[in-house]
Design a protein around this ligand. Sequence first.
Ligand code: AMP
Length: 397
Amino acid sequence: MLNKKSVDDINVKGKRVLVRCDFNVPLQDGKITDENRLVAALPTIQKLIKDGGKVILCSHLGKPKGEPKPELSLAPVAVRLTELLGQEVKFAKDETVVGPNAKAAVEAMKDGEVILLENTRYRAEETKNIDTFSQELASLADVFVNDAFGTAHRAHCSNVGVTKYVETSVVGYLMQKEIDFLGNAVNNPERPFVAILGGSKVSSKISVINNLLDKVDTLIIGGGMAYTFMKALGEEVGKSLLEEDYLDYAKEMMAKAEEKGVKLLIPIDTVVGKEFSNDTEFKTVGRGEIGPEWEGMDIGEKTRELYADAVKDAKTVVWNGPMGVFEFSNFAGGTNAVAKALAEIDGTTIIGGGDSAAAVNILGYGDKMTHISTGGGASLEFLEGKELPGVAAANDK
Ligand code: AMP
């Protein structure tokens, strides 16, 4: 079990505390369109303010590819954080992130004040974890707090490199929560334990499927990757997404499930469309009945019932990936049905970030879930059983 030092284990009074947050929020015309990630970061920031730290926030936003891009500046985040915290979050505007302006701003800080640095990915070194930028970041701080679960699966300067140059590195509350929920679910689940995997490709979820088959009682497959499993069983899948190279893998996984006594469910009916568009003609067909001109777009109505029934008595459910092309309203029914089924059960429900988290929030089921991960890629790697560099870099208790 991971046992990392957290913000509860340190004294930050009068110290400069660099906090790596995940402020990678969607922006439209300079406006933040979903502020969940900002709200999720507040408990750690508030704790550090209360304890009298000098709180220096940093994050990446989008992919500026190592150079300043004004449309990806964190300036709007500073404005919104000021409102959310009810105290000024000064924006240390600096194209080099740790330039004269940022240094002067840190120098002038009083205990309990907060500043936000510019987008860390303005610097080309950031994603390559090159020491020079890590050292610059560390020069601003006495203590480092990592609260950015969304990037924990990457070793970058601002979440991993920097820990080499500060004495103390701990995790924040958000990171701690992610480690606790995902860690407990995977390593110590209350049973029955059901995992639901969807999304487009088998190839991107190979290790997850393999790892989860060692842990779960039931594994439910939906989304584009289901067709590779159907094809592996000798069924025709028409124009549906298919990864020919993974047919053997799908067979192996089905054999592994059988050997381990894991129930592996794949769709018993499918909503198929003529074209890949929302307005296309569509219908529901049974198992093995996808015609050559048709493309699987969503799980069918019977499958929705089957999957809802399979999670009904579960004590732990982990879900990652949509059941169909949920971006098109005509093909969002399967994803919605799974979200609804999870909202109605008593067991622990953990949503593994990305599309499934978005679907749950859009449908208004957010507060019905036990935990919605803030990191799609990171939660996936957690489910793969991998060590996340951003977590590993924090000091052990
Ligand atoms: P991933 O990034 O692998 O989690 O996949 C998410 C994407 O899978 C979403 O954009 C969905 O539209 C897509 N997806 C889900 N089901 C299907 C399907 N049946 N055919 C094509 N794409 C799908």
